[in-house]
Design a protein around this ligand. Structure first.
Ligand code: GLP
Length: 241
């Protein structure tokens, strides 16, 4: 894993944006894997700014999001589909039909998982996957203990993940208990992975990732076996390394 050390969140966001913009310009039909959460918000802001200023085009880009809460419809402000529209898609020239997020309020989540995995394969997989990391080492919503062989599946969220994400909801009761997430195997098929880590709250996770063993109890540890991973981490996250 290649580590780029940066000063703070803003520098992490700018660096990540530079890398993505360069790739989108070089390969206009790139398949981007996208993440949600607080971590990539600055990055998406940078992509929007660059699109408005320099005209980087996303007309031919396809995007695939990692995950979605089960039970939330696309127009629920806490759904990841809504988040992506608000943070990125509404402000760049991407074709809405080229943006893929698992459907959270489907009657048959199991079928949705199979369909999403098939969609990924139909498009030839993800070229560049953006990832954040949960404090417990989750990637996407793959909680500790998830099989490294897993494809897109339904996951029961841990209490710690629900608590960490409760800040986006009115109350803890509103935080969904389950989600659809790309599996570890689905993520690992991506040709290249860019992991963003910022803030002191993530320093234990980053230390564990760098110094711990590859183990299903710490899902992100699998990234050590991927041939092409770049981590952009800021000083606060690197504090304990
Ligand atoms: C969420 C998302 C992950 C994200 C992680 C960290 O649960 N499903 O994709 O990487 O939590 O979130 P944050 O960036 O807000 O710390």
């Amino acid at each position: 894993m290649n580590i780029i050390k940066v000063k703070n969140y803003d520098e992490m966001s700018r660096k990540a944006a530079e890398m993505i913009i360069e790739k989108v310009r070089r390969t206009p039909s790139i398949n981007l894997g996208l993440a949600t959460g607080g971590t990539p918000v600055g990055l998406y802001g940078q992509l929007v700014q660059d699109h408005q200023k320099n005209g980087t085009s996303y007309k031919k880009v396809q995007t695939f999001n990692l995950d979605e809460y089960i039970g939330l419809s696309y127009d629920n402000p806490n759904s990841y589909r809504y988040f992506m529209n608000e943070q990125l898609f509404n402000f760049i020239d991407i074709c809405p039909g080229n943006t893929h997020v698992p459907l959270g309020n489907t009657k048959d989540p199991q079928q949705e998982c199979a369909d999403y995995e098939a969609l990924l394969k139909k498009h030839g997989g993800v070229d560049l996957q953006i990832l954040g990391i949960g404090s417990n080492g989750h990637i996407g919503f793959n909680e500790p203990g998830t099989s490294f062989q897993s494809e897109t599946h339904i996951i029961e969220l841990t209490e710690s993940t629900r608590e960490a994400n409760a800040r986006f909801f009115n109350s803890m009761d509103e935080v969904p208990t389950h989600a659809i997430t790309m599996g570890i195997a689905s993520i690992m098929r991506s040709k290249e992975i860019l992991l963003l880590i910022s803030g002191e709250k993530k320093s234990d996770a980053l230390t564990q990732l760098l110094q711990g063993e590859v183990n299903e109890n710490f899902p992100a540890s699998i990234l050590k076996t991927h041939p092409c991973v770049t981590i952009i981490a800021d000083e606060a996250a690197l504090g304990k390394v």
